[in-house]
Design a binder for this molecule. Sequence first.
Ligand SMILES: [Fe+2]
Length: 172
Amino acid sequence: MLKLIDSICDKIEQNTDYVVPVNDLRRIIRFIRDYADQRHHAKEEKILFAVMVQAGYSQDEEPLGTFLAEHTLGRVLIGALSDAVDRIDQDDPEAREDLLVNAQGFSALLIKHICCEDLHLFTETEEKLSKIQIDEISAKFKEWDEQPEEVANNLKSLQMIDELEALFNTNE
Ligand SMILES: [Fe+2]
C-alpha cells in the first residue's frame, strides 16, 4: 500500500500533466482508514496498549505516548490527504502540493512507526509483561481477528488493495 502511494506521488512529481487518479486515491484512503487504522491500530489501542496501561505503562510517556501520537498524526495526515483529493477533484491548483506533502508524510510516518513497533514494542512487551498478560493479549487478538465481520471486512480491504496494486504495477 505504501509502494502504491509512493508510486502515485512520483508520477505527480515527475509530470505536471499527470491526471491524479482521485477515485483510486479515495480507495487507498478507505483501505488505510478501514484496515490500517480501524483494524490494526484500533486493535493495538484497545487490546495491547490497554493491557500495558494496566501493567503500569503511562499513555503519556515512552513508548506508548509516541505510538499513540503517531496513530493520531497518521489520522490527521489522512484527513488532510482526503481533503486534498477532494480539492483536486474540484480543480484547485494548490491541492497537488498538499496531496504530496500529506501522502509522503504519511508514508514516511508509517514506515518509521512499523519499524519502531517491530524493533521495540513487541520485544518490550515480551520482556516486561507477565505470561498471563501476554496470553490475555493473544487471546483477545485472536477473538478480534476471528469475528466473522472482521474476517469479511479484512478480505474485502485486502482484495481492494490487491486490485489497486495490480493496476499500478506495484504488486511485485
Ligand atoms: Fe501502531
